[in-house]
Design a protein around this ligand. Sequence first.
Ligand code: RP5
Length: 194
Amino acid sequence: MAAKKPGKKRNQSQTKRLPANAGAASPRHPVPASSSFPLVGVIMGSQSDWETMRHADETLTQFGVNHVCRVISAHRSPSLASEFASTAEAKGFEVIIGAAGGAAHLAGVLAAHTTLPVLGVPMKSDALNGLDSLLSTVQMPGGIPVGTFAIGKAGAVNAALFAVAILANSRSELREKLHKFREAQEAKIRSTVL
Ligand code: RP5
């Protein structure tokens, strides 16, 4: 039997070269955090979530990250939720924060329509203090991940900081700001006198 020629295996995905400007941002060509294009979408289920989610807005602003804040409900405006998430990547968004309370399906629904990282923030609810929001945000089925944060203000701040950390992977100026933020935080604790 004739021996098979050791032909070179070609993997299309390895050999195909994408143009340098493919996509809104790549690790080699990241859009600056302060560019006029929003990189983070802060989406909340209701206007009543703003009092909590303004802390995510303020944190992103503090780091100079361009972002948009919008009310989109997974239940009351389902087609808007799907439209936003399914077009977000093409529009240049790199991270989506989804905040909702009660039967909090927003982050999960957004994640179902995009492969961008989706960070979920459970809102404190009147009925169950946010435990309902937490469980309905965190208990996603395998295959559609949502990074879930703490209930309320801490979650809003941390989701924004996590978004900054994701963006900082390809933006040295943001990485530097994150280091300074941590240093300032520690210095404040060290200098606290009771
Ligand atoms: C959720 O229901 C919202 O995210 C909000 O946390 C909660 C209550 O909404 P409202 O009745 O105040 O509009 O969808």
